[in-house]
Ligand binder design. Sequence first.
Ligand code: OFO
Length: 172
Amino acid sequence: MLSEKMETALNDQIGMEGYASFLYLSMASWCEFQGLDGTSQFFYRQAAEEHDHMMRIFHYVLEMDSKAIAPAIQQPPSNFDSVQSIFESVYTHEQKVTASINKLVNLANAENDHSTHNFLQWYVSEQREEEALIRLILDKLKLIGDGPQSLYFIDKEITEINSQMDTAEGAA
Ligand code: OFO
């Protein structure tokens, strides 16, 4: 069984992953409305991934004979200024999630909770990969700049990233 402190902390993380899922869903909606189909597909995928991250913790908590709580999710923003600003806020959000995962790992260490420590390692790798991916996209956005055709090229780049991710998933 998890300690009470760990149970609460993991339930908080369930809420954080759930919020990320809805935040990315909201970004997908905004992008689709702007006609940015590749970028919206990217965010639909991220939303589904975050839902999966939430459910992994949910099931783990129950597997540990503790109580998983379905979280109340705050409504995410629905209006954004630009694709650039969206990806900047995604990066900031992912850094926050990474900090939260690191805190959970520290707690697992402090409690000698080897099982949770082991479980969390998947999230440590996932956060490293997600941050690297968003940095890559931000670098591309900087290269493309914000000239008149930039949205077209940004969407094209992100469509290419989607297909690379599809290929990687197919190979996994
Ligand atoms: Fe759950 O990986 Fe991002 O937030």
